[in-house]
Write a protein that binds this ligand. Structure first.
Ligand code: MRU
Length: 374
């Protein structure tokens, strides 16, 4: 792929998905969904079925499926599969069922806002529909679910294009090859597409613009060590794995051209919740004058949250810190605090890269308002 910048998205940009790592397989005709069990990666590649909401909740809670956009996709497809097998007698029963199942899904992971946004959109679409029959409501719901699922591909191409242009235009300073740093896993394994931050990194690599990627291990769940390295290897991107505590020294001793991260929830002022350790990276980036970018689809913005102060931070079980491969390597009764996310204050962010443009945090709210009216 040629390295083109500053223009409309080329039609073939990231269009060839034949070699993309698929984390989810959905057969619309047969109404079958299987997901890659991410707990087994990188040692084993095994797809497991998801047939209903209970199974969707189970794979999300267990972290077999994770990453904010992927969680939302598996949730709405689980709902799609279950509601289409069900006989509901009237529209009141339909709405009650939809409400109950949505709440069950929303409760699985509280920080990842894509899930709540998608389910709210579904609810709104069914409520707005003037058709009162169960069949009519089901048809509107099905259409919206498939629109959200299919729409991610194009939304992701725009997001990756915007990130790709931003990095080449504003971080390369005439250099052909760039050194990048990322945390957690934000690629194909976290979405149904190329991914957010990692999608941008893969696009830059395909254009021959990557010298090296520092991937943070991402304790305690090791999404960086287990999943990001799998994806970087799969795509042939040169990389080096570092522990989270090596980030400062890496920035001190190596010229990092940009830090690209994902997000689980972005407030309208640009405060960004992402994997624990992201805030630390932003502080370090500011100290070392490295551009720091969350790469975020519209679906990760919380349009009703003004700032990040009250973003709910999911706390995970202590065993994730105390065990290795399911075995306690630290005494089981060790007191542990295990917040899965932190919030990076907007003032530490260079720009927020989105599918609707790249904005300094101060400009995000206006851009979101304008985009949501399109
Ligand atoms: O706990 P996880 O693995 O679901 O956390 C994932 C992240 O923090 C990602 O950065 C975020 O969901 C964006 S993924 C495109």
């Amino acid at each position: 792929m040629k390295s083109i910048v500053n223009g409309p998205i080329p039609d073939d940009f990231m269009r060839d998905v034949s070699n993309r790592l698929n984390t989810l397989l959905f057969d619309k005709e047969k109404r079958e969904l299987t997901v890659l069990d991410q707990l087994l990666l990188p040692l084993e590649k095994k797809y497991i079925p998801v047939r209903n909401v209970d199974e969707a909740c189970a794979v999300i809670k267990s972290m077999q499926v994770r990453g904010a956009p992927l969680i939302a996709a598996v949730a709405i497809l689980g709902l799609y599969l279950e509601i289409n097998q069900k006989t509901l007698k009237d529209s009141a029963e339909f709405l009650h069922f939809l409400g109950e199942k949505s709440q069950q899904l929303i409760d699985t992971r509280p920080t990842a806002i894509n899930l709540r946004n998608a389910l709210n959109d579904l609810k709104a679409c069914v409520l707005v529909s003037s058709v009162q029959t169960v069949q009519g409501k089901l048809a509107s719901l099905n259409e919206k679910i498939l629109e959200i699922y299919d729409g991610e591909q194009e939304e992701n191409r725009r997001l990756v294009w915007n990130g790709y242009q931003e990095v080449i235009s504003n971080c390369s300073h005439g250099k052909e090859k760039l050194t990048l740093l990322t945390i957690c896993n934000t690629g194909s394994l976290a979405t149904c597409s190329w991914g957010t931050a990692l999608g941008v990194i893969v696009a830059l690599h395909q254009a021959g613009r990557v010298e090296n990627v520092y991937a943070l291990e991402t304790r305690p769940y090791n999404q960086g060590a287990r999943l990001t390295t799998t994806e970087l290897k799969h795509n042939g991107v040169p990389f080096m794995l570092i522990t989270d505590s090596m980030a400062a020294w890496t920035m001190k001793t190596t010229k990092i051209d940009a830090i690209l991260v994902g997000a689980d929830q972005v407030a309208l002022n640009g405060d960004t919740a992402n994997k624990i350790g992201t805030y630390m990276l932003a502080v370090l980036a500011n100290h070392h004058k490295v551009p720091f970018y969350p790469v975020v689809p519209y679906t990760t913005v919380n349009r009703s949250r003004e700032n990040g102060d009250s973003i709910p931070i999911e706390e995970r079980p202590p065993k994730e810190m105390l065990q290795a491969n399911g075995v306690f390597v630290i005494p089981e009764d060790t007191p542990v605090w295990n917040p899965a996310f932190d919030v990076t204050p907007a003032e530490l962010i260079t720009k927020i890269i989105t599918d609707f443009g790249n904005y300094p945090p101060k400009e995000l709210k206006k851009a979101v308002e304008e985009f949501s009216q399109v």
